[in-house]
Design a protein around this ligand. Structure first.
Ligand code: CO
Length: 369
């Protein structure tokens, strides 16, 4: 049995336990997780029906026949040609699997265009979200997944060290030029697609947590937030360092950087099996609050990482999910002073039997390497 079939079988027993009749997946990481077939969402109707019992069925455009056949263990493919009505095929599959009055869990990231078509074709069905069964399956990573996440962590670490070695040479580069350099370094070290838009937030731009990059030139003494990663073997890297390439940073920066570094360390130390995810947030946040910057830490401490770069478990107040070995998430506290600078330090960690393993270990100091 392939790893993908095994996952599907476990999904099916959870569907049955949840009182659902089928999951209906759309091109997404859930579809890849269960079938081994990966595709971007598009305007053509492409579904995988995973009934709670029996074998799954693809409904797909004819042009994907060979591609799905090569990539997936799912043998049953119902194909439609451009110009035909794909929902007629969906209706036939629903009849065969007895889903017309059933409870269907649709992919959380299915486009509304397609959920509307499902509702019209199956007016007597009731609908929920596939995350109800998939999140809990995906949240514990197996050894192969952990190996891929470690490899993506190593690529990000190596690129981080290499870009910091620019030192003086980075002064005068624009943020966009530096982002291009980071992306070249990631690719050179084996990184594939970017995990997300590379962040190079220099000076005041670093105070905007989700800023990407722009035409501001990096100056001597600028704190620069560098947050980036790339996929390796289908799993993403994600790490952040806040650095100074050359010159003396503002005085307050040194203090803030030390507070954030200590907060990040406290978060990592709090991560172990049996504690709720929110305890990691609390541990990091306490350090920042005690230093008087609590109101400048404007986001949760972290997010799970797997096939999606943001997934369960979220490291946030109110998340009482108990940490278990195999869970992977970021620990990334930050302090943001509008108009001045920002500081964020981020590593991914994997929960082990007795604590956690950092998947990133490049130097956390702001000082030039
Ligand atoms: Co992150």
């Amino acid at each position: 049995m392939t790893v993908f079939e095994d996952r599907t079988r476990r999904c099916q027993s959870r569907l049955a336990d949840a009182g659902a009749d089928a999951a209906v997946l759309f091109p997404s990481t859930n579809l890849f997780y269960a079938s081994g077939f990966r595709e971007e969402p598009g305007e053509r109707h492409l579904f995988l029906f995973v009934p709670s019992d029996g074998d799954p069925v693809f409904v797909a455009p004819q042009m994907y026949d060979e591609q799905i056949g090569d990539a997936s263990w799912v043998a049953d493919r119902r194909l439609w040609d451009d110009g035909e009505d794909p929902m007629a095929l969906v209706g036939a599959v629903a009849d065969e699997l007895d889903l017309r009055g059933g409870r269907l869990l649709v992919d959380d990231r299915m486009w509304a265009l397609f959920t509307q078509d499902l509702r019209e074709t199956l007016p007597d069905a009731t609908f929920g979200l596939a995350s109800e069964v998939f999140d809990d399956l995906r949240v514990r990573k197996d050894e192969a997944e952990l190996a891929a996440l470690r490899a993506a962590g190593a690529v990000a670490d190596e690129a981080s060290v290499a870009v910091r070695e620019l030192g003086e040479d980075a002064i005068g580069m624009t943020e966009t030029e530096l982002a291009g350099e980071i992306e070249r370094l990631l690719a050179e070290r084996g990184g594939g697609d970017l995990s997300f838009g590379t962040v190079v937030g220099s000076g005041p731009n670093g105070a905007k947590p989700h800023y990407r990059h722009g035409d501001r030139e990096i100056e001597r003494g600028d704190p620069v937030v560098l947050d980036f990663g790339a996929y390796v073997d289908d799993y993403p890297g994600d790490q952040t360092r806040t650095v100074v390439f050359a010159g003396d940073p503002p005085e307050e920066f040194e203090r803030v950087h030390e507070v954030v570094r200590e907060a990040q360390q406290a978060g990592v130390e709090a991560a172990e099996p049996g504690v709720p995810a929110e305890a990691v947030d609390r541990a990091a946040r306490e350090v920042i609050e005690e230093a008087g910057y609590g109101d400048r830490f404007t986001h949760r401490t972290g997010h799970g990482v797997g096939l999606d770069v943001h997934e369960e478990p979220y490291v946030v107040a109110g998340n009482e999910t108990e940490l278990e070995p195999g869970m992977v998430f970021s620990v990334e506290p930050g302090v943001y002073l509008p108009g001045e600078f920002g500081v964020r330090i981020e590593d991914l960690v994997a929960v082990t039997e007795d604590g956690c393993e950092r998947l990133n270990d490049s130097p956390r100091t702001w000082k030039p390497l």
